[in-house]
Write a protein that binds this ligand. Structure first.
Ligand code: CLF
Ligand code: SF4
Length: 499
């Protein structure tokens, strides 16, 4: 069987050890869920950290209008509640969206989820959004349907969502207190009028909370996205996390504010900064006491297609789709076989991960109270260290401590090794990587060249190519132990925790 997104070896052969998650990460928490819930999330790349290495999603941009204004949004771009600003989607009609979805699902069998997330608010455009969902439910019943909303119109859409068999809804909830909300939302469009200031925030917050409760009553899985805005809602988000969990949210995704003056957003122009990686991690850690945290969000391109972190959208422009001849019934049969193979692989990986985690924990001899260390990992997936430093476009970050090893998140970086005649730019690119890896004290990869080695070492990031093809968790635990035994852990305070 040939697979389109992943190599045959990625799917068919169980790899040793853990996938890219470990204690404290989403998938450990998934393991404790009832079977009925696990069956609903195991193949959703956003709801399961492990799944995102194997299953893909796509978005279709069918919803142009928005019923509120967020200070981090510029309408010329897509809804920043679910995608990063700066990327504009091609607006599709529902019919075009369905055609594109079928084309992608037939070509990329691992694509399991279709999300509508913009460019405005999907539920503020109910006719276009639900027309798309209804057609897809009829023509492609094997695709999960997912929607992301600011929540204002949510209570009015619950029946339609349930009727269309939408199993996953994301609500962006940035606050519970209208005093905080008035700093984020200048207005909402409510009952044919523009409402401003505190009153606007109050309406939005009440509608979001009501919608969340109604979804929980209908047993629709809810993920809450929150944009972390330093000095505005950062302290408040711990309370948000607690309350939305009590009301039935399944997963909380705290995303960093992206605000640049060139995006033309209010926050960007006013110089409001986003959080540092250290601030984001600290807040996610504080929130994780209360609920499952998503740490693998890539703030995708608005029209992204493929695995999280990759974009195959250019393969599916309207003119290319028009030229495709799709037999979706045949494609569905093939997809079912592939999905079953991946499901078996995930189960196998999950067992191996638990064993690797237990073995690493048992072998851990670093005494309690030793400071934690962050390490960057170059990996192409499968839970092993299998990527050359110079080929990594993003690094996974793990934290090692006497309590164990846990996945913290991803750091995107520009490609260091561009090959060809761009070597003169390499130093600058390496500087960017070093900035992206701020706070990490080691980088584990399959190989690393002599020149970057010396520069990384000088920057306080120890390169390590000795654990190629080893399970990540085991390797991180081993390097942590070596650092402890060599006395390095006594000699340097954690930069990252200090922010
Ligand atoms: Fe799309 Fe969102 Fe559904 Fe996922 S994305 S509508 S829940 S299918 Fe995922 Fe992308 Fe993060 Fe969104 S990584 S931005 S959380
Ligand atoms: Fe922009 Fe989305 Fe906010 Fe609407 S809900 S203003 S599209 S970020």
């Amino acid at each position: 069987m040939q697979l389109t997104v992943l190599g045959q070896e990625d799917v068919a052969k169980p790899k040793g050890g853990c996938a890219a998650s470990s204690c404290g990460s989403t998938d450990d928490q998934l393991n404790h869920l009832p079977e009925s819930i696990r069956a609903r999330v195991y193949n959703h790349p956003c709801y399961s950290e492990q799944a995102h290495h194997h299953f893909a999603r796509m978005h279709v941009a069918v919803a142009p209008a928005c019923n509120i204004q967020c200070h981090y949004c510029n309408r010329k771009y897509d809804c920043a509640n679910e995608s990063r600003p700066g990327v504009v989607s091609e607006l599709l009609t529902p019919e075009q969206a369905v055609k594109k979805t079928l084309a992608v699902a037939a070509t990329i069998p691992q694509m399991t989820v279709l999300g509508i997330a913009g460019p405005g608010d999907p539920l503020g455009n109910p006719e276009r959004t639900f027309a798309t969902f209804r057609m897809l439910a009829a023509q492609a019943p094997d695709i999960k349907l997912c929607v992301s909303t600011n929540g204002l119109a949510l209570p009015d859409s619950i029946d339609e969502l349930a009727h269309a068999n939408i199993e996953h809804v994301t609500i962006t909830i940035n606050c519970l207190d209208p005093e905080v909300g008035k700093e984020i939302y200048p207005w909402v469009f409510w009952r044919h009028k523009r409402v401003r200031g505190r009153a606007a925030a109050k309406i939005l917050i009440e509608r979001q909370q009501q919608g969340l409760e109604m979804l929980a009553e209908r047993d629709i899985l809810v993920k809450v996205n929150s944009v972390m805005i330093p000095g505005v809602n950062d302290d408040h988000l711990v309370e948000v996390s607690k309350v939305v969990k009590q009301k039935g949210a399944f997963l909380h995704n705290v995303m960093p504010l992206i605000a640049e003056a060139e995006h033309g957003t209010f926050f960007g122009v006013m110089g409001q900064r986003g959080p540092t990686p250290a601030e984001l991690q600290n807040l996610q850690d504080k929130c994780s006491g209360d609920m499952n945290m998503m740490r693998h969000c890539r703030q995708c391109r608005a029209d992204a297609v493929g695995l999280l972190g990759e974009d195959r959208g250019a393969e599916f422009t309207l003119d290319k789709i028009d030229a495709m001849n799709i037999d979706y019934s045949a494609a569905m049969e093939k997809r079912a076989v592939i999905h079953e193979a991946i499901r078996e692989e995930l189960e196998s990986q999950s067992k191996q991960r638990a064993e690797a985690s237990a073995a690493a924990q048992a072998a851990q001899t670093v005494p309690a109270g030793t400071r934690p260390v962050l390490m960057a990992i170059a990996s192409k997936g499968g839970g092993v260290i299998n990527e050359h430093f110079g080929h990594a476009r993003e690094f996974m970050v793990y934290e090692a401590s006497p309590e164990g090893v846990r996945f913290i998140g991803h750091r995107k970086t520009d490609l260091y090794c561009t090959g060809g005649d761009t070597c003169g730019e390499a130093e600058t690119a390496l500087d960017q990587i070093i900035r992206a890896l701020a706070g990490c004290e080691a980088v584990l990869c399959s190989k690393v060249g002599y020149e970057p080695w010396a520069i990384l070492e000088a920057a306080g990031i120890q390169p390590n190519g000795e654990h190629g093809m080893e399970p990540i968790e085991k390797a991180v635990a081993a390097v942590y132990r070596e650092m402890y035994e060599s006395g390095r852990l006594a000699s340097r305070a954690s930069q990252f925790k200090a922010g």
